[in-house]
Design a protein. Structure first.
Length: 164
């Protein structure tokens, strides 16, 4: 494993192309999923210079109730629990879709963990039965930071996450 992530390129596409093999190398040979997720989150945060990057796990809270619970993240402290269908994360879990939010103030029910967050992208990762097992949430301090390029490359990161 290299000691640091060095992202080259000027366009977003070039940066992701540079980062992806480094993320694959980071998790190679390590079997602990929390260790691997933590390093992937750090690589995305510092490689791409996002404001906040983190995981929410789908966890059983009581009885048949499931919630999203905060996992490894980099950035300011965040909300610990999110209900099914609530906020962008809960909506991504419910719809099983990647959601891009150009302006968080215009997303009905958006949960503001930090007032500095202006746009976000949220992606679900699935278990072997096709159920959502976790959510990857990335926030930016700028409006409309995320587009189809982020979706394409971050869904590749999700494939790595699904296999660790
Ligand atoms: N904004 C998210 C909540 C998580 S924080 O952004 C870290 C949402 O609406 O689900």
């Amino acid at each position: 494993m290299s000691e640091s992530i060095i992202v080259s390129g000027s366009t977003k596409k070039e940066k992701y192309e540079s980062l992806l093999p480094q993320i694959k190398a980071l998790v190679k040979g390590e079997t602990d999923s929390i260790a691997n997720l933590s390093n992937i989150i750090a690589a995305l945060k510092f490689g791409m210079d996002y404001f906040w990057v983190g995981i929410y796990f789908v966890k059983q809270s009581s009885g048949n109730k499931y919630e999203l619970v905060l996992g490894p993240f980099q950035g300011p402290v965040a909300c610990t629990r999110i209900a099914y269908g609530k906020g962008v994360c809960g909506k991504s879990w419910e719809t099983k879709q990647t959601i891009i939010v150009e302006d968080v103030d215009k997303f009905p029910g958006h949960i503001a963990c930090s007032s500095l967050s202006k746009s976000e992208i949220v992606l679900p990762a699935f278990d072997k039965d096709g159920e959502v097992k976790l959510i990857l949430d990335i926030d930016s301090e700028h409006l409309a930071s995320f587009d189809e390029t982020d979706k394409i490359y971050l869904e590749k990161v999700i494939k790595i996450i699904e296999n660790i």
